[in-house]
Design a protein around this ligand. Structure first.
Ligand code: WT7
Length: 635
């Protein structure tokens, strides 16, 4: 197993060693895994192209490390515990032995359906064990998984299927989530009418048993394909730098990009960070409430925990159904030891009052985690006092889809915690703060743009099909460094506090949404001439979406119009991107070169119009007054 840090001294020494001799440090961690052939060189890199390679020439299969190597000691130990949406329905427990068999059978079924090494397979599924089984089955045979969060629309799904030219889509029939009964296969059917020519097969997992439309030439039942397969499937021997998965994420411009992670480095880093951040001990029950459709689910529900031989939970439902005590009822039921969730969930539950959390026995919790967005002090204190009962340390973990694993976080028992601070970098992570001109800001008690100046094993390798975009987004802004898109502050002792995105990305309930994407969607409405979307502080979601919309002529029924705009966004992207506010605006503040001044729009959307800063470069200053006046009317 990779090293587990247990004291401040051990952290300092590991960190020092990881900076002085990164290759030696990571080689030591990598040695604890099963390799078919060892690497010949640990690292080669330059951030200009960019080109980063870890564990060069190493051959392995990540599923042998997640499954096979655990069988001698853990065949009977639960690998995945699945808690259904309905608290009265039976749960499912898959031991390492059972998960091994399910993955192998599924891998054989994929092969039988023409999927092989390098082929892309898209998943559009709710939180059921088959999703985890399916992605591992891909990894077993060297196919590349591309999981699309099942809340995205058919159009968004089609974009992602086409971008990666997926050969197969795996989905469920329907999904039960809270009180909702959501068609899943129907969305896939709709997406596949949008020119997804690469797709040959749709593999359908029977989840609820509801009736669905069927295309006999294309659609196949999971159980019919999988159940009769042999329970051994030889693991494909893969290269360290072969692709493991693609995961789409939003940026400030254009369509979502497919972030590419490769096998060797991702394996070493997710296991290492899982063991250290959560201080997982033999026999612990670990629960991350994320969806596998996001990177948190990939790294800290599936790969990290299974690599570490942990028991990882999957929850099908939502925090507030059937009541706001659901999370805590589950913690009590399974005696969960590590609990990992998002600030938006904490704030939503906090708003329902303390009675729900006080009703349950949470004494099993040893570490509680936060991820996805900045956690405000009030939520941090509530989480600490009510959920952690003042005893379980909070790990505020900062990282990104692109970083593959946790970058900055406390290590319980080794480093301290401080409200709102992700605190110290993990071993191997070399953060720097720079100013807008790219000059490194040295010393402590300073603020700047957060960059990382040395590669870590799970750094993204490219954006699928567009390496130039990877360079332009992450490596060109500050040559020689990886740019995170976040602003941060470093306190007097060197702890980091993440302030938030400095680009045109909005973080809504921990979901990354590109303003350009929402604008493009809104502009599809026939009466919209132009739109500008910004984030504003939202008490539960962290940030909300505020859309300034310029329309053609007069809108007779504004309520109807707003509803139509929301519907368009829902259709093009998905319900998560629906604007909270739609402001029918008289105009947009623009510079003489025609650029929208978003800085001013952000202030208006936040109701912070006392000091708008420098407006001297505005082409149309009069529009600002009109916007402020109409914004007041809109709120
Ligand atoms: C962005 C990345 C990493 C998994 C989930 C989100 C924000 C993430 C924190 C944190 C403050 C955070 C950043 C980052 N973020 N964690 N602990 N404190 N902000 O992954 O969708 O790729 O989003 O989420 O702004 O850049 P993602």
């Amino acid at each position: 197993m990779t090293m587990q840090i247990k004291s401040w001294e051990a952290y300092q020494s590991a960190y020092r060693c990881s900076v002085a001799d990164p290759e030696g440090f990571w080689a030591e961690q990598a040695k604890s895994f099963v390799w078919r052939k060892p690497w010949s060189k640990v690292l080669e890199w330059e951030f200009d192209t960019p080109r980063v390679q870890w564990f060069i020439d190493g051959k392995l299969n990540i599923t042998e490390n997640c499954l096979d190597r655990h069988l001698p000691q853990r065949a009977q130990q639960p690998a995945i515990i699945w808690e259904p949406n309905d608290p009265n329905a039976p749960n499912r427990v898959l031991t390492y032995g059972e998960l091994y068999e399910a993955v192998n059978k599924t891998a054989n079924a994929l092969k039988a359906n023409g999927i092989g090494k390098g082929d892309r397979v898209c998943f559009y599924m709710p939180m059921v064990p088959e999703l985890a089984i399916g992605v591992l089955a891909c990894a077993r045979i060297g196919a590349v998984h591309s999981v699309v969060f099942a809340g995205f629309s058919a159009a968004a799904l089609a974009d992602r299927i086409k971008d990666a030219a997926c050969k197969m889509v795996i989905c469920s029939d329907f999904n039960n989530r809270g009180a909702k009964h959501i068609p899943v296969k129907a969305v896939v059917d709709e997406a596949l009418q949008m020119g997804c020519d690469s797709v040959q097969t749709v593999l359908v997992h029977r989840n609820t048993g509801d009736d669905i439309a069927w295309m006999p030439a294309r659609d196949k039942w999971w159980h019919e394909q999988v159940d009769s397969q042999p329970s051994e499937c030889p693991a494909e021997v893969m290269d360290s730098e072969d692709m493991l998965f693609i995961l789409y994420t939003s940026g400030s411009t254009g369509k979502p990009k497919g972030v590419v992670h490769t096998i060797g480095g991702y394996m070493v880093y997710t296991c290492f960070t899982f063991r250290n951040v959560f201080q997982y001990q033999e026999g612990d029950i670990y629960w991350c409430t994320a969806d596998i459709g996001w990177i948190t689910g990939h790294s800290y529900i599936v790969y990290g925990p299974l690599l570490a031989g942990a028991t990882t939970m999957m929850f099908e439902g939502v925090p507030t159904w059937p009541d706001p005590g659901r999370f805590w009822q589950i913690v009590e039921k399974y005696k969960v030891n590590q609990f990992y969730t998002a600030p938006t969930a904490i704030r939503a539950l906090m708003a329902h009052g303390d009675e729900w959390v006080e009703k349950y026995d949470l004494s099993s919790l040893k570490v509680i985690g936060s991820v996805g967005e900045p956690i405000n002090e009030e939520a941090w204190r509530w989480y600490h006092d009510k959920v952690g009962r003042g005893k379980a340390p909070i790990v505020d973990t900062w990282w990104q889809t692109e970083t593959g694993g946790i970058m900055i976080s406390p290590i319980p028992g080794a480093t301290d915690t401080k409200p709102c601070y992700a605190s110290y970098p993990m071993p191997g992570i070399q953060p720097v703060l720079v100013d807008a001109a790219g000059n490194e800001i040295e010393g402590n008690d300073v603020e700047g743009l957060l960059c990382i100046k040395f590669p870590w094993p799970s750094i993204l390798r490219t954006t699928y099909g567009d390496h130039a975009r990877c360079k332009q987004t992450y490596f060109a802004p500050f040559p020689g460094k990886y740019f995170t898109g976040d602003g941060a502050r470093r306190d007097a002792e060197g702890r980091y506090r993440i302030i938030g995105r400095v680009d045109d990305v909005i973080n809504v309930s921990g979901h990354r949404i590109g303003t350009a994407e929402v604008e493009n969607a809104i502009n599809e409405h026939p009466l919209v001439v132009e739109s500008a979307v910004v984030g504003f502080p939202h008490p539960i979601k962290g940030q909300g979406i505020y859309a300034f919309v310029i329309v053609q002529g007069q809108i007779a029924d504004t309520a109807q119009f707003e509803q139509e705009v929301r519907q368009v966004v829902s259709r093009v992207i998905g319900p998560i991107a629906k604007p909270d506010y739609i402001h029918i605006a008289p105009g947009l503040p623009k510079t003489r070169s025609g650029k929208i001044m978003r800085r001013i729009l952000r202030k208006i959307a936040s109701g912070d119009t006392e000091n708008l800063g420098d407006t001297s470069t505005l082409l149309n200053p009069e529009v600002v007054e009109a916007l402020i006046a109409s914004a007041k009317a809109a709120h």
